[in-house]
Design a protein around this ligand. Sequence first.
Ligand code: HEC
Ligand code: HEC
Ligand code: HEC
Ligand code: HEC
Ligand code: HEC
Ligand code: HEC
Ligand code: HEC
Length: 363
Amino acid sequence: MKNRHRFIYPLLIVPLMVLSASAIARVQGPCSACHTMHNSQDGQQMVAGGKGAQETLLVDDCVGCHSSNGSATIVDMGNGDRVPIVFNTVEPTYPPDGSASSALAGGNFYWVAQVGGDNKGHNVYGISDTDSVLSGPAWTFFAPGHSTNCSPCHDTLATKNSGCKGCHYPRHHAGGTSEVVDASGGWYRFLGALPAMMADPTSFGVKGIEEENWEQNPSASRHNGYFGTKDVYAKELFMTRYTIGQFCSGCHGNFHHEMNADQPVDYNGAWLRHPSDVVIPNSGEFMEMNEYNPLVPVAKTSLGGKKNFATVELDQDVVTCVSCHRPHGSPYPDMLRWDYNTCVSGTENDECGCFVCHAAKDN
Ligand code: HEC
Ligand code: HEC
Ligand code: HEC
Ligand code: HEC
Ligand code: HEC
Ligand code: HEC
Ligand code: HEC
């Protein structure tokens, strides 16, 4: 939050309010902390950084509120609201270890914003220019430059019309009460089929369980819950599976829709691309998987009553895109969750995520 000095609420009330923030997970402080009625007070502009009036009368834009010049990845506004930070200008701690500077679940745009870091995150408007190598999301069903209406989002996220809003349809005031966040809570982290949501925010989004501290301090029994499916699905106009994997596949189509030689019928053929939204079988080397490892999350095909589940359920849980990638960015190429270059077969290595599932390949 760049304009923190504007929030001058007594620090005494913070501990209590933090607790309620965890329980409610929506904005709750005084309107004036985030909105300005005229972008003017005592003749001074109220919107941060001279950015000019913002939609819904906000005091800043997405990047402004969700960035920090310091190292903290959750910024307490001192009024009950805590801002999850996605872009720090000081390198965040990775992997997250519970320190105040730990990168959150989505990763951080710090790495992509650095010179030469294009492949370490999505290149988004307000943080980085267009990707110098990828002119599109690679192997999508769209050819890059397909259409000017679709190219913000589908070719690049580095334009004014896309950026954060290419993936998120924010509903900061939605306060769903269900454990599995769906339409009533604004969907899991405000993710979903963006054009459809612009017409009807309750239409097609991602379901999931939200950990209150955005996984700043993850453990086997404290983490997000991702929704996945075992169903074979192909390209769809909207995302009727509500899974995080289908969300990524909406822009990176072939990485799911053309991953098995037998698609679209079944997944019995040879794997041509690494499976995603595919069940982890209770056989072979996978049988060694047991404890949930938040560095290498699996998605669940049913989430009800599963908050902070601590074990992997073979034949039920699936591998998905975020098992291996951080959507905002990571210290590693292809925004991978771990350093793939250290994955050497026959070598014991707790840092290599491939071995968490392919448990026999390190010995
Ligand atoms: C911590 C920041 C924050 C606080 C406090 C806050 N808002 Fe908002 N509000 C937002 C953001 C961000 C949006 C942008 C779009 C969205 O997520 O819906 C928004 C959107 C809105 C909208 C348009 C969308 C909608 O849900 O109808 C209204 C109206 C609104 N706020 C009113 C208020 C009022 C009234 C208060 C005080 C009771 C308030 N806000 C307090 C951040 C805040
Ligand atoms: C005025 C400051 C402000 C602005 C502007 C703002 N946010 Fe937020 N945002 C917040 C706060 C505070 C929270 C934490 C609310 C909570 O606990 O759910 C938040 C939470 C979020 C979350 C996490 C929601 C969750 O379920 O945990 C996402 C995603 C998000 N914002 C995206 C955006 C995007 C995209 C934009 C621009 C369109 C934006 N925000 C603009 C203050 C802001
Ligand atoms: C709204 C469209 C959109 C969605 C949704 C989307 N991406 Fe992307 N993705 C892109 C575009 C455009 C690029 C190429 C430009 C760039 O790197 O920013 C890209 C690039 C990438 C790259 C390569 C980065 C590089 O520069 O080498 C990876 C890895 C990736 N995406 C993973 C994901 C994952 C995982 C998800 C789901 C959590 C996802 N994407 C969701 C549009 C999208
Ligand atoms: C504001 C950003 C944005 C714009 C603009 C946009 N899209 Fe998308 N699109 C997304 C996101 C995010 C997804 C992933 C969620 C989903 O699958 O619906 C997606 C997914 C899709 C899918 C689903 C693909 C699949 O494999 O299931 C289709 C089809 C699609 N978009 C077509 C279009 C077309 C055609 C246009 C231009 C008229 C367009 N989109 C413009 C953000 C956008
Ligand atoms: C390519 C799609 C994509 C883009 C672009 C994107 N996000 Fe996200 N964001 C995600 C996904 C997916 C998650 C959920 C991560 C998880 O839970 O593992 C997420 C999570 C979040 C969260 C919750 C904290 C966390 O790390 O889990 C916030 C806040 C947020 N995003 C804000 C933003 C802002 C602000 C921008 C623009 C600067 C942005 N996002 C751009 C996909 C995206
Ligand atoms: C098992 C781990 C794993 C899973 C699951 C996974 N990826 Fe990847 N992804 C990688 C690795 C490793 C790379 C680096 C390139 C390579 O080794 O092929 C990569 C590269 C990429 C790239 C960059 C391609 C390029 O040409 O630069 C994109 C985009 C991408 N992945 C998107 C996705 C999406 C979308 C999903 C889900 C449908 C997904 N990935 C699932 C491990 C994974
Ligand atoms: C979250 C668990 C998970 C992670 C992490 C993971 N995999 Fe996989 N992998 C699977 C599953 C499940 C299959 C499909 C098994 C089947 O055929 O039923 C698979 C299949 C494969 C295959 C194809 C095997 C075949 O028989 O065709 C290869 C190769 C592979 N993975 C390599 C990797 C590498 C390299 C990494 C690290 C970048 C990795 N995997 C990370 C779960 C995972």
